[in-house]
Every structure is written in C-alpha cells, then in structure tokens.
Ligand binder design. Structure first.
Ligand SMILES: NC(=O)C1=CN([C@@H]2O[C@H](COP(=O)(O)OP(=O)(O)OC[C@H]3O[C@@H](n4cnc5c(N)ncnc54)[C@H](OP(=O)(O)O)[C@@H]3O)[C@@H](O)[C@H]2O)C=CC1
Ligand SMILES: O=C([O-])CC(=O)C(=O)O
Length: 263
C-alpha cells in the first residue's frame, strides 16, 4: 500500500516513524509550500515532500491527515475525488455542515471513503451500536492539564498559569466545542458522530492542575442500557495537547486495512 501523510507535527512524526519501522513507510508528505525548503526534521528523510498532491508520486492508495482542521479543509475533497481513501484525525472539522457535505460528495465522486480515526478516545463502536437501538443521552467530558489547553480558547477564559483547582472553561454542544477548540475537541466530534450527533451531544471541557494525563470520559444511556468510558491518555512528548493514543489510532486504522480479518 502506497501511503501519503499530511502533517509533520507530533502525530504525523509518530505515524511516519512507525510506518518506516514496520517496513511499509510513507511515500510522500504533503506540507505547506513555505515548508518545502526545510531540511528533513522528522527522522524519515527519504519521504518526498510536496506542496500539492499532483506533485507527488503516482499510485498513492491512502492519505492520512495528521495535521488538523486546516489540512482537511485544504486537501480533503481533492484527495477523495482523486480516488484516494483518506484517514483523518481532524474529526472536529466535520462540525462545519458545508465541509461535511463537500467531503461526502467528493468521496461519492471518487468512489472513496473518509475514515475518521478513533483518535484519543475509545468506545465509539459501542456508541455506534447503541445508536441503532436508540440513544437517549450522551455526555462527553474532556479534562487536560493546563499545558494541554495552551493555544486554545481556554487561555482567554482562564488564567491557566495560576489554576489551583480544576476549572471548566466550556460547556455546550459538540458542534460548538469542535468549532471553538479545533486542536482539542476532535474527541467530542468523534463521540458526536458515533452517537447522537453534534447538536445533541453535551460537552464539558476542564483544565485541571491536579492531573498529568488527558482524561476523556463518555457516559451514554439508551435502549441498550448505559455505559461509562474513561481513559487517562498520556500526551505525546512533542505536544501536550495531543494524546499518544490519537497517533496510535492512525497506525491501527492503517493496519486494519492491511489485514484480511479486522474488528
Ligand atoms: N482525533 C483526535 O482524537 C485528535 C485529533 N487531533 C488533531 O490533530 C492535529 C495535529 O496534532 P499534532 O500532530 O499534535 O499537532 P502539531 O501542532 O504537533 O502538528 C501539526 C502539523 O500539521 C501541519 N499542518 C497544519 N496545517 C497544515 C496544512 N494546512 N497543510 C499542511 N500541513 C499542515 C503543521 O505544519 P506547520 O508546522 O507548517 O504548521 C504541523 O506539522 C491537531 O491540531 C488536532 O486537530 C489531535 C489530538 C487528538
Ligand atoms: O489528544 C487528545 O487528548 C484530545 C484532543 O486533543 C482532541 O480531541 O482534539
């Protein structure tokens, strides 16, 4: 399988290095034009760098977006329309109804699929199955140490450097959370898409100086019964905002495409 990657940050580098180590390394990395001249800094120097998809090698089977909302907006539709499947971590971008419709139309035209990586959360399979019977309530709570909220709206709402106890900086719908916190609420979006949708999923986001992990909790109830899922995810060393599991979920999604029998 010929794979291309978008994003050379914490998640993109993890993915590129894992692919390289498994012998099935990526063929190309899509970068912003102004990044093209830079020396390879991701530990996988033989990967071709291009600023536009047509400049890359032919026959790419799969692109993986590890870059964030802007990348899905910039490249998603053209990738899908060119007949290339796409795995993305930028799930929150789909809170924009127009983008969601554009991506779905591009996938139909290209005969392709946009696969949403499970990211930093789990239990999405459980939510999706429970949705079949009918879900009555889904609540997602995201809790990170103050450093995990740097560069987000939380900085405007709280004095992150001086927190002495957990403080909530957002309460609302998953659609609002995903739009307001593009680097931090992709999990809320994934929970919404698997379950009761962007407008019915309730979200709370907290900064907590007493924790060192990114703690995500989902509670759901419906015809199936009820469940609570809680994960304490370690952040990636290069980015305190992003849980390591998000990067691992991309590799897992790729591996599942390579095996005859999959979950
Ligand atoms: N689904 C989930 O559970 C999770 C999803 N995420 C999403 O993943 C994103 C990436 O996370 P992470 O790797 O930690 O972030 P980083 O900030 O470490 O890296 C982001 C990388 O993407 C590149 N990039 C951003 N925009 C574009 C673009 N338009 N075109 C090409 N490259 C681009 C950046 O390049 P440059 O340096 O040139 O800007 C950088 O290399 C997050 O912003 C978030 O949206 C994160 C965690 C969990
Ligand atoms: O990585 C995480 O813990 C969650 C995250 O940033 C997101 O949902 O965007």
């Amino acid at each position: 399988m010929k794979i291309g990657i978008i994003g050379g940050g914490a998640i993109g580098c993890f993915v590129a290095q894992r692919l390289e180590a498994s012998g099935g390394g990526a063929q190309v990395r899509l970068v912003r034009p102004e990044r093209l001249a830079e020396a390879a800094g991701d530990g996988v120097p033989r990967v071709a760098r291009v600023a536009d998809l047509p400049d890359g090698p032919d026959g790419i089977d799969l692109m993986v977006d590890c870059a964030g909302h802007a990348a899905l907006i910039d490249y998603g539709a053209q990738i899908l329309e060119r007949g290339i499947d796409l795995i993305t971590v930028s799930v929150g971008a789909l809170a924009d109804r127009d983008l969601e419709a554009d991506l779905a139309a591009a996938a139909r035209r290209g005969g392709t699929q946009l696969h949403l990586a499970s990211g930093a959360i789990g239990a999405l399979d459980c939510l999706a199955a429970a949705k079949v019977g009918g879900l009555s309530k889904v609540v997602y709570t995201g809790r990170k140490p103050p450093a995990g909220w740097r560069g987000s709206l939380a900085e405007e709402r709280l004095d992150l450097a001086r927190l002495v106890q957990a403080e909530r900086h957002f309460e609302g719908t998953a659609r609002q959370a995903a739009a307001l916190y593009p680097k931090n609420a992709n999990v809320a979006a994934a929970v919404a898409i698997a379950g009761v949708g962007f407008d019915e999923t309730r979200v709370e986001l907290l900064a907590d100086p007493g924790i060192s992990a990114n703690i995500h909790e989902v509670t759901a109830s419906g015809v199936f019964g009820a469940f609570t899922f809680r994960i304490e995810g370690k952040a990636l060393p290069d980015n305190p905002r992003s849980s390591a599991l998000a990067a691992m979920s991309v590799i897992s999604a790729i591996e599942r495409r390579r095996t005859a029998i999959t979950t």
